[in-house]
Design a protein around this ligand. Structure first.
Ligand code: ATP
Ligand code: LTN
Length: 340
């Protein structure tokens, strides 16, 4: 199928530090699988990362690092558009416009805003509050049909849809109204290994809580062995009463592409030790090749920059086509930038 007949997919992650197994199983693994069927656009959302204070030198490294991880996981610049958000200024421009179509009350309800303002009490900046309007701009700029994300992003996607419908209703149908694509299995919400009621997050303080994509195999085994379970001693799937065991089962399923049914068949009548070790081994089997590719890709910064510039040029052209329609709908003078 040619790109013209394919539906468009957009997704992104923030360059706020190394990715976790949660990012991989909840997002990246699914992105890679969509590249043939969809016209895919994958972004390093560096403007979003500014909502938490970043050191400039570290931010540069984190941006290239994340792009290298994208490629190492299997995102392919020959199939998909891969770029850095700040290199396409239309994202920030449309975000401003969309912020005027978003109510304060809607933004106040966002759980990510509430969580992050609790964690960064001395820097509750306006960008943290309007974060979802920038995310809506990312998505709506490209006539996106599908947005593959982890379950934590569902609320932001609902807001994006509401804003698109509101704008279209006020003027004319300019934006495609996107659908979220959230896995129905446990991989959409990988949990913290120490506090299995919380999502596994890059920014968790405890090292044992999160498995990083670039962790050494030995460290991964150690983290799984120390994962918090319970005192029941039976392997059953019960998210409420045995969240730690449920999380390990979900991770094993996602890493081996097995169903929960198979997992329960395989592990019932066993002790937690076997579940922990086999989950760690399954994770190592998928991460080791990613780590090898990452080493190779990140050693050539020039090539990485070339790929990202090529992606940004392609993205910019598409974004500009949308901005032409947006300013027209709003009644503002035509864009001066040349269309290619
Ligand atoms: P932070 O933890 O710093 O808030 P994050 O990892 O949640 O960051 P991103 O890097 O922007 O944020 O997330 C990239 C993608 O990974 C998103 O699609 C998000 O839904 C997904 N994701 C993040 N954590 C998990 C998790 N624990 N389980 C499943 N998917 C996740
Ligand atoms: N908020 C998202 C990252 C993100 C995103 C997007 C995801 C920014 N813009 C557009 C999908 C589509 C997160 O995962 N924390």
């Amino acid at each position: 199928m040619s790109a013209a007949n394919k539906q468009t997919v957009f997704s992104g992650a923030q360059p706020t530090g190394q990715l976790t197994l949660g990012n991989y199983l909840g997002a990246l693994k699914n992105w890679v699988a969509m590249q043939d069927e969809y016209d895919c656009i994958f972004c390093v959302v560096d403007l979003h990362a500014l909502t938490v204070r970043q050191d400039p030198k570290a931010l540069t490294e984190q941006i290239y690092d994340l792009a290298a991880v994208y490629l190492a996981c299997g995102l392919d610049p020959d199939k998909s558009t891969i770029f850095v958000q700040s290199q396409v200024p239309a994202h920030a421009e449309l975000a401003w416009i969309l912020s005027t179509f978003t109510q304060m009350g809607e933004l106040e309800r966002m759980t990510q805003f509430k969580d992050k303002s609790l964690r960064h009490r001395n820097n509750i900046n306006a960008g943290l509050f309007t974060y979802p309007t920038l995310m809506a701009a990312d998505i709506l700029l490209y006539n996106t049909h599908k947005v593959p994300v982890g379950a934590d992003q569902k609320q932001h996607l609902e807001l994006t849809r509401d804003v698109a419908v509101r704008f279209n209703g006020a003027f004319k149908p300019v934006f495609e109204v996107p659908d979220p694509l959230i896995a129905t299995t446990g991989s959409a919400r990988v949990k913290d290994l120490q506090e299995p009621n919380k999502k596994m997050s890059k920014s968790a303080e405890s090292d044992l809580a999160k498995v990083m994509l670039l962790d050494e195999p030995k460290a991964i085994i150690k983290k799984f062995k120390k994962a918090v379970t319970d005192s029941k001693g039976v392997i059953e799937y019960d998210e409420e009463n045995q969240p730690g065991v449920a999380n390990l089962l979900n991770i094993w399923c996602a890493a081996t592409n097995n169903t929960l049914h198979t997992a329960l068949d395989h592990f019932s009548h066993n002790m937690y030790g076997k579940l922990k070790v086999e989950s760690a081994e399954a994770v190592n089997a998928i991460l080791t090749p990613v780590q090898e590719r990452y080493k190779e890709i990140s050693s050539d910064r020039g090539e990485l920059q070339r790929i990202l510039s090529q992606g940004a040029i392609a993205a910019e052209q598409r974004a500009e086509e949308m901005m032409v329609k947006v300013v027209d709908a709003l009644g503002m003078p035509p864009r001066l930038r040349k269309q290619k």
